[in-house]
Design a protein around this ligand. Sequence first.
Ligand SMILES: NC(=O)c1ccc[n+]([C@@H]2O[C@H](COP(=O)([O-])OP(=O)(O)OC[C@H]3O[C@@H](n4cnc5c(N)ncnc54)[C@H](OP(=O)(O)O)[C@@H]3O)[C@@H](O)[C@H]2O)c1
Length: 384
Amino acid sequence: MTIGEIPVTIGGTMNAAASPQDGPHGGPSDREFMARAIQAASRVRCITSPNPWVGAVLRTTDGDLFEGVTSEPGGPHAEAAALAVAGERAVGSTLFVTLEPCSHQGRTPACTEAIIDSGVARVVAAIPDPDPGVSGGGFEQLRSAGIEVAVGVGADHARSQLESYLHHRRTGRPFVVLKLAESIDGSTAAPNGTSRWITSPSARADGHRLRAESDAILVGAATVRQDDPSLTVRDYLPPVRPRAGSLDPIRVVLGSAPEGAKVHPCVEMSGDLGALLDDLGKRGVMQLLVEGGARVAGDFHRAGLVDRYVIYVAPAMFGGDDAQGLFRGAGAWDIDEIWRGQFRSIDRVGDDLRLEIVPCSESATGEGSGADANLVSGETPGAL
Ligand SMILES: NC(=O)c1ccc[n+]([C@@H]2O[C@H](COP(=O)([O-])OP(=O)(O)OC[C@H]3O[C@@H](n4cnc5c(N)ncnc54)[C@H](OP(=O)(O)O)[C@@H]3O)[C@@H](O)[C@H]2O)c1
């Protein structure tokens, strides 16, 4: 599927009269159309960076639906794509969009202008855009032009879908995903340093999806010396791929990579991890995938810099106490000091388990939680 084929007419069966107006969280129809927009956005997760992956559904006065998604950088945003296919049918319509429309001219014209010019009567948005260039300004412009605006429909799902973008815009740093593969007895490498492969091909393919969704991938120099990884995306094909260029994220090595290592060309970094994240954030890295090894994983973990843990657990055992654990370095000394998080998901992937864990603070604030879980089915592999 190419980007050019994405904006398609997908409806014609529904009647505008059947659409109830919103309460604060939207009527059933609003939620249904927002779910379509969120589903559409998931297709372009791997091509829009540094822009957010957004979906839009335009519902005409007689119930026809037109869909748009964010294109590759420089191409139309989701709202503009949906408006382009709807043409004059946009007059009086409702536009459902997963993120606040942009209100500033960037590489493309402001979406708010296109929406106002098109004659759309009502905009239903899932969440505001924290980008300082938007930050409520999009809604304000639409309201000033007499367009009815409702915000918050499908907000939990949109927040979850866009969490790395939102985190980057709020903090200036990438959203950090730490991915490791371990045996059921908690080891990530044998005493002789070998670790390939602990998990099944399915789990490794899922790891490649994480790579494709990330802007940069980081490993320690010892992993490069031991494994000579290429850190490319090989076992995953997203529904929509970049027209040119590759899916491979920027490769970052902590320390230096030996000459001739497969990881070249790469960025070699060193020193304070917080400063490193600031630097990567400035380079537009929205999501950083940390793939170990145990020293690097322990340093990120103990510094409180991990936003999401993805641990693949194989039904295998090293069977002793001399294998490498998840983390190197001194951990909690006392049981009262242990780190606690919450499971966000537990899935079976091939022969293995995939555990997704978030720090407790995130669960407490609800950032990225999927509370309205019946809105859109997730993309994670089959639940247990
Ligand atoms: N199961 C898994 O998911 C998994 C994933 C990856 C790796 N592994 C295994 O893990 C093992 C390697 O792990 P490891 O704990 O020995 O090492 P590591 O975490 O891969 O790398 C540690 C090294 O990175 C460099 N480094 C770390 N932080 C740095 C900083 N802030 N500034 C500059 N350099 C920094 C240092 O390199 P120098 O030594 O050059 O100073 C340090 O010794 C291998 O056996 C590999 O197979 C397993």
